[in-house]
Ligand binder design. Structure first.
Ligand code: BDR
Ligand code: CA
Length: 325
């Protein structure tokens, strides 16, 4: 039986790659996609998701719902320096030889559903069957918990790409972007007692998709999807080149989807994690309390987390699947 999933996303480059992975994987049935502010404003994130679904030409595409446009208790800080002003590597600038845009703007239907409603109704429709995969700031999930915590007892599992446990952050020295973007939401979610598996930077950093591999994979994918993957990854690679001296895309969000398909890609341990919200310098830091792993402290664990990943095994898994796109 297929695993039913909801993907909650902020519509950046690795988000779109995660979505492609999910939709190319026969083990998953993507029931819904909900969007949130983050890498880009929420309307742009929603357009990016709709564009990706259009390119995939799926017969019955999942419902898309729009979510939070800002964090619970701070201003929105985007990641447009990494993902481009449009969240997809500035593809809006690309023109055909006749001067018309390769990727024309998408207009949003006025009655796009609301993310929290769709999360709640999908869980209600499939009690104990839904895996919720969050690959953006945790605001939609926090809002769902605040609206109706009880309804979430029927979620099978929540897989969250976020946090930096024993490694430096990627937006501040301490914080990972998805948690930093809305630390108050992350605190509500991680202390909710829900069945969470965290996929932190500690492991996503081993999923490095380099330029040669991107070119080779894109060539093996049918058009226009192959071209799209090349077009959206260029700017992220420029950013990585400047920061780290390598031309590559880190597959943070696809790894979260990969874990939902195959838990054996990683080692999972119980742990207690707190999110820091009170001090500006360490805002969004996910502080692990490793003693919770010990048997006598098991009761204190609030989540499970991925500790190790075989990056190469995941890359092969990812490429094989998206080639079927
Ligand atoms: C996370 O931040 C975003 O920019 C990426 O899409 C990913 O979800 C990595 O820290
Ligand atoms: Ca993301």
């Amino acid at each position: 039986m297929k695993k039913r999933v909801i993907i909650d996303t902020d519509g950046g480059v690795d988000d779109v790659l995660a979505l492609i992975l999910a939709l190319c994987s026969s083990e998953l049935k993507v029931e819904a996609i909900t969007t949130v502010f983050g890498n880009v404003p929420v309307v742009q994130a929603t357009k990016n998701i709709i564009r990706t679904l259009d390119l995939l030409c799926i017969k019955r595409p999942p419902v898309v719902a729009i979510g939070a446009s800002s964090p619970l208790n701070k201003a929105h800080i985007s990641a447009q320096d990494v993902h481009g002003t449009d969240g997809l590597g500035e593809i809006y600038r690309l023109n055909k030889p006749d001067g018309t845009p390769v990727y024309p703007d998408i207009s949003l239907d006025r009655d796009v559903p609301c993310a929290t409603d769709l999360i709640l109704s999908t869980i209600k429709k499939y009690p104990s069957e839904i895996t919720l995969i969050t690959i953006g700031p945790l605001t939609n999930l926090a809002n769902t918990i605040l609206t109706c915590h009880g309804a979430l007892k029927d979620v099978a599992e929540i897989i969250i790409m976020g946090g930096a446990l024993n490694v430096p952050g990627n937006i501040t020295p301490f914080a990972e972007y998805n948690v930093f973007a809305d630390p108050h939401a992350a605190k509500i979610v991680l202390s909710s007692g829900l069945p969470i598996v965290l996929v932190p930077l500690d492991v996503t950093r081993s999923a490095i998709w380099n330029q040669d591999a991107i070119f080779a994979t894109a060539q093996a994918i049918r058009e226009p999807l192959g071209r799209f993957i090349l077009d959206i990854t260029g700017k992220v690679m420029d950013f990585a080149q400047k920061k780290k001296g390598i031309r590559a895309v880190t597959l943070h969000d696809p790894l979260a989807v990969g874990i939902s398909i195959d838990h054996s890609l990683a080692n999972i341990s119980s742990i207690h994690v707190d999110v820091q919200t009170d001090r500006i310098e360490t805002e969004g830091k996910t502080a692990p309390y490793f003693r919770a792993i010990k048997e006598e402290f098991k009761g204190q664990s609030n989540i499970r987390t991925i500790m190790n990943v075989d990056g190469q095994r995941f890359l092969t898994f990812f490429e094989e699947r998206i080639c079927k796109g």
